[in-house]
Design a protein around this ligand. Sequence first.
Ligand code: SF4
Length: 189
Amino acid sequence: MCEKEKIFAELLSLTSEIGVFKVKIIQTEKVETDKSFRLLCESNACGMYGKCYMCPPNVGNIDELMAQIKNYDYGLVYQTVGQIEDSYDFEGMLEEKKKSYLITQKLRKVFENLGILKVLHLGAGGCGVCDKCAQQDGLPCHFPELATPSLEAYGVNVSNLAKVVDMKYTNGQNTVTYFGMVLFSLGEK
Ligand code: SF4
């Protein structure tokens, strides 16, 4: 097993241990982006447009963010799956989303501990680190080292990504599924 394969095996093993449902590593050239996702954010269905540093428009220009993805060699794609009471259980969905945010932060440690420093964490919809983003009070970000933009903010087509990694986009009745991805390179490019 070469050094890269050993690191990948370790990454997959450690990621599985922190409670993800499925995980897979792919080359970033397989990650499809689409700038039209910015229009979805602009429709403000989630109510966070312009209210978080990690959400549009604050997070940055969509073309520049999509281009950033290509600066990394690999993407560790993961999904979390949680149980909810029914499709109207918005509280349950929020609780499960918070759990996915915790997984994202645990993954930061996994990469740090393996000495993989060129990373970009993309999570499931919004930053989720603070209950209220500092942006709403005109203050600097409270935790810039933890702040996490979403896959969609970077124009990642998540349903297509699910197909690429052979994971289901949804996982059955009374469950909620969230995706995240850690872009990384082994050594500097
Ligand atoms: S870490 Fe807190 S203050 Fe910074 S972008 Fe995230 S939610 Fe906002």
